[in-house]
Ligand binder design. Structure first.
Ligand SMILES: [Zn+2]
Length: 264
């Protein structure tokens, strides 16, 4: 690749000092050059989230890949093209949004953004109805938010497929997730918010450190609660967070070697 890195991180990648994207993410380093991702994840796929268009009078929505917005300028109206792009491969996803004067430019800028925002995805077989142990779903249920939109993703047994809005299926296919159940709270027609809420859920998935047994127990417990039609389970989730936080503090105090931070 004919690329002259501008950042120290880029140089380390070119020199082969850093060999994987996980190393960068684990160290909490910010990627400022998309070429870093091109080098470390060369087989990255790309999808455009169609977010243009608006609900029609008859209820039908004609979707376009980009959204055009106008703003007033002294010489008349100026148009801006907005695009949302996701990049990924099994186990990884990144989202980018950008605007430009032209369609192609907006998409290109959003693609570069998406690469720099790459995150790992914790996949798993979290459904208590499935014991295959393969990485076909997510390990436990999780929520994500973007503005007023909340998405909840739930592990599904093998063969269920992607039970989520059609356009959003692109995200899961790229990330290598075959089976998922979902619930949406809010207006899911806003594709950008919908996308960002899903990515937020993936991000939240990475925050929880649970053992496999705990994951199974959690999903089973909450599903039983669902059957009893318990209206809101925020408390139990909050308690869980508190417990995990307390555990982490304890760990750092006892000087456990499990911390992922480096001393640089
Ligand atoms: Zn399974």
């Amino acid at each position: 690749m004919d690329w002259k890195p501008k950042t120290e991180l880029g140089r380390e990648v070119v020199e082969g000092k850093i060999k994987s994207i996980d190393e960068i993410i684990d160290r909490g380093l910010k990627i400022k050059e998309p070429e870093i991702v091109d080098m470390l994840l060369p087989d990255l796929g790309k999808e455009i989230i169609f977010m243009g268009g608006s609900p029609g009078k008859g209820g039908g929505i004609k979707r376009t890949s980009t959204r055009r917005t106008a703003r007033m300028h002294k010489s008349g109206r100026r148009f801006n093209i907005n695009a949302c792009v996701i990049v990924g491969r099994p186990g990884y996803i990144g989202v980018g949004k950008a605007s430009g004067r032209e369609h192609v430019i907006a998409i290109e800028k959003a693609t570069q953004q998406a690469k720099m925002n790459i995150i790992p995805i914790r996949r798993g077989c979290g459904s208590w109805e499935c014991v295959c142990g393969k990485q076909h779903s997510i390990p436990f249920k999780i929520k994500g938010k973007a503005g007023s939109l909340t998405v909840e993703l739930l592990p599904a047994p093998k063969g269920i497929g992607l039970c989520i809005g059609d356009e959003m299926k692109k995200i899961f296919r790229l990330a290598g997730i075959d089976d998922i159940w979902s619930r949406v709270f809010g207006d899911s027609r806003t594709r950008l918010s919908y996308t960002l809420a899903i990515i937020d859920a993936f991000r939240n998935l990475n925050k929880f450190k649970l053992s496999e047994q705990e994951e199974k127990a959690l999903n089973k417990e909450e599903l039983i609660e669902d059957n009893k039609a318990v209206p809101e389970k925020e408390e139990t989730l909050e308690e869980m967070t508190q417990e995990i936080l307390a555990e982490e503090i304890l760990e750092s105090e006892t000087g456990s070697s499990e911390t992922s931070e480096t001393s640089e």
